[in-house]
Design a protein around this ligand. Structure first.
Ligand SMILES: NC(=O)c1ccc[n+]([C@@H]2O[C@H](COP(=O)([O-])OP(=O)(O)OC[C@H]3O[C@@H](n4cnc5c(N)ncnc54)[C@H](OP(=O)(O)O)[C@@H]3O)[C@@H](O)[C@H]2O)c1
Length: 326
């Protein structure tokens, strides 16, 4: 698979990456065996960037342990990325914790859980309003100097925060939500990251599964599946979003592709500094998703997608209390 360069510090990844969150959280029951098989198949197909976080193990390290076990046979061929600083639901009173001592603690735990000598990308998961970003960047810079971290990343940070962090230690990559269904976040930050030479990792590139067409109304998801409360799945908005998927499917079919592949190819067409990280626990779906790297879209296809979904999905992207603050 073709490689993309993220930032100017040497970070490279295949055009399509892999997100491990759903193996243990967010989308119903955990599936360790499915996740490991999916990660290994992704590697066979040329995927090189594997994304996890402290949060996805809900404080147990389980997601990082699964990712670590899955990549162990080929660890030196891949980029492993993890994140610190989003402590909910460990502490419902405080969502975020980027105090230097917590960043250091998470780094040590992540190295241990992943079973690696160095964290290739260490992201701040969410901006912590109680800790100046300069202190966060300074702490990560120390971890880089100590050889524990290679590249610094931010997630859902606003332009001014990115600039301030980058002035202390170079940010290689910003990870934020970006998909046919979520355009506003990227529109706000892409000019800044491009000016500063920072790469962009697109999370939830399939709109949490909506952009695959394999969806059901909110009431049909289990309580531990975030789509049961996700605004885009709620009655009213759900039907409008589904109508958009039907129109996208017609376009995809005309190119012998699936809606999922169209959604990933659309992201790749937004710039060669963008790497989407779709998540799945299925080998067959990893195969479908990886094949999107070969789907080229013409200007007319991109224009048609804009016609079908001019402003992103109907419904907010998060329930209020976890909406990023930047
Ligand atoms: N930085 C952040 O704050 C943040 C936030 C959210 C996510 N992320 C990262 O981004 C990654 C991806 O985002 P995401 O997992 O939220 O959403 P996503 O990749 O947009 O969608 C994942 C959902 O789509 C389904 N799916 C995947 N491929 C499919 C296919 N070919 N056909 C049908 N269904 C398919 C998956 O189901 P199955 O698993 O059942 O196949 C899962 O339910 C995460 O794993 C995580 O690493 C980061």
């Amino acid at each position: 698979m073709q490689k993309r360069t993220l930032g100017t510090q040497g970070l490279e990844a295949a055009a399509i990456g892999y997100g491990a969150m759903g193996i243990t959280s967010a989308y119903g029951a955990a599936d360790e065996a499915g996740g490991i098989a999916a990660i290994r198949r992704a590697h066979d197909l040329g995927v090189t960037m594997f994304d996890t976080a402290e949060l996805y193990g809900m404080g147990t390290g389980s997601n990082e342990e699964i990712v670590g076990r899955a990549i162990a046979p080929f660890r030196d061929e891949v980029v492993v990325a993890t994140k610190f600083g989003w402590v909910m639901p460990l502490n419902p009173e405080k969502l975020y914790d980027s105090r230097p001592e917590n960043i250091r603690k998470v780094a040590e735990n992540s190295l241990k859980y992943l079973g690696v000598d160095v964290l290739d990308v260490f992201y701040q998961h969410r901006v912590d309003p109680d800790v100046p970003i300069e202190d966060v960047a300074g702490t990560v810079a120390e971890l880089v100097a100590e050889g524990k971290v290679k590249y610094f990343g931010l997630s859902e940070a606003a332009p001014d925060t990115i600039r301030r962090a980058h002035a202390v230690h170079p940010v290689s990559v910003l990870q934020s939500e970006f998909s046919i269904f979520e355009r506003a976040t990227a529109a706000e930050v892409l000019p800044t990251v491009r000016e500063l030479g920072i790469g962009f990792v697109a999370y939830s590139p399939l709109g949490r599964g909506f952009l695959t067409g394999d969806v059901r109304p909110a009431s049909e998801y289990a309580a531990d599946d975030m789509r049961s409360t996700d605004p885009r799945w709620q009655p009213g908005d759900y039907e409008k979003n589904l109508a958009a998927i039907d129109a996208l499917r017609d376009l995809a079919s005309s190119k012998d592709a699936t809606v999922t592949q169209l959604a990933l190819a659309w992201l790749l067409a937004q710039g060669d500094d963008i790497v989407p990280i779709p998540g799945t626990r299925s080998v067959a779906r990893v195969e479908e998703n990886s094949a999107a790297a070969d789907l080229a879209l013409a200007q007319a296809d991109l224009a048609r997608i804009d016609e079908i979904v001019p402003d992103g999905a109907f419904g907010a992207r998060y329930v209020d209390f976890v909406m990023p603050v930047g």
